[in-house]
Design a protein around this ligand. Structure first.
Ligand code: GYE
Length: 324
């Protein structure tokens, strides 16, 4: 019997795990003739991301596409492996939600050589060669950061010591929400960001970082700006564990607008969330449909989705109508 070194087997099984059929056959409505569309997702680390994945899978099923799904478990190298594997399979199109902005040129070139069109979804790629993808569709994360900054400056009457929980380093929403917020408070000399660190867009990490901030700065902290709701919810737990009242002793603003954030607002624990709609599947599949029918030139290079701001006071009235 032929034996494989253990390391190679581990690598192979890891690859099979992330590129495996999980998510394809259960949702895809395609038969043998259906276009095969690959979706390379970042991971599954928060409520927003899971709603995003479901939206893409459902939209593919609605179009009758055969969707092949892979997620990178929050690691770019996993995404690159999955992407390359889909190129080798010769799929009809690839949708990529890139975990970080840079480092994509090689695999995108590989897809271009095989004439496989690529749609960039949700997060941006940073490349000098824009011909490497057909179109980008995602939220306007810079404006989201600005909205959060403007809301907070007003709420605090222009005076506050703020701690910031950032998303994954190098991810476009992290960069944009960081910069957009700063632009909004640029003329507010009384709003001071005293600490800023990554909570990786995850609840547990948001809690951990907030605990460290509270240890270091204690009741000096007036407000939290979290780049997503999951980290804000982690921060709420840390604030409560420290014997303080979230949303009262420390004002909290975050981004996404997931159901758990609305629940926290209804409970009086979160002050504000800037919406970021994860239901991007239908837009992505419409783009794919145009590309496959030879109408790629009708697509804008960039489509930004604009969203609203929700405050605690409105939460009870709108929570039932929330779709994610
Ligand atoms: O805010 C966050 C997710 O890329 C816009 O990524 C998205 C962000 C979203 O992990 O919750």
């Amino acid at each position: 019997m032929k034996s494989f070194p253990l390391i190679q087997l581990t690598f192979l099984s890891a690859l099979m795990l992330i590129v495996g059929c999980g998510g394809s056959s259960d949702n895809a409505g395609g038969d043998g003739d259906a276009p095969v569309i690959a979706f390379v997702q970042t991971g599954a680390d928060n409520d927003w991301r899971n709603a995003h994945t479901v939206s893409v899978k459902e939209a593919a099923a609605d179009k009758g596409y055969d969707l092949r799904f892979a997620e990178g478990q929050s690691k770019q190298e996993n995404q690159i492996k999955a992407f390359s594997s889909f190129v080798n399979q010769g799929v009809d199109a690839i949708i990529l939600a890139p975990i970080v902005e840079t480092g994509w040129d090689n695999v995108l070139e590989k897809a271009k050589k095989r004439n496989i069109p690529v749609v960039i979804l949700d997060r941006k790629v940073n490349t000098d060669d824009e011909s490497l993808y057909v179109t980008y569709i995602g939220a306007d994360t810079y404006t989201e950061g600005k909205k959060a900054g403007k809301w907070l400056a007003e709420k605090m009457g222009g005076q506050a010591k703020v701690v910031e929980l950032q998303g994954n380093p190098g991810a476009s929403p992290t960069i944009n929400r960081f910069n957009g917020f700063r632009e909004a408070i640029a003329d507010q000399s009384g709003i001071e960001i005293i600490a800023s660190q990554s909570g990786e867009f995850r609840r547990s990490k948001g809690k951990e970082v907030m605990e460290a901030f509270l240890k270091k700065y204690g009741d000096e902290i007036d407000a939290v700006y979290a780049h997503n709701d999951d980290m804000a919810i982690g921060a709420i737990q840390a604030i409560e564990d420290a014997g303080m009242k979230p949303a009262e002793d420390i004002v909290i603003v975050s981004v996404d607008g997931v159901r758990a954030a609305f629940e926290a607002m209804v409970d009086g624990k979160l002050n504000c969330t800037v919406e970021c709609n994860p239901l991007q599947g239908p837009l992505a599949m419409e783009a794919v449909e145009k590309i496959l029918s030879g109408q790629a030139d009708q697509l804008d290079k960039v489509t930004l989705i604009e969203d609203s701001v929700f405050e605690m006071e409105q939460a009870a009235d709108v929570i039932e109508s929330r779709k994610y």
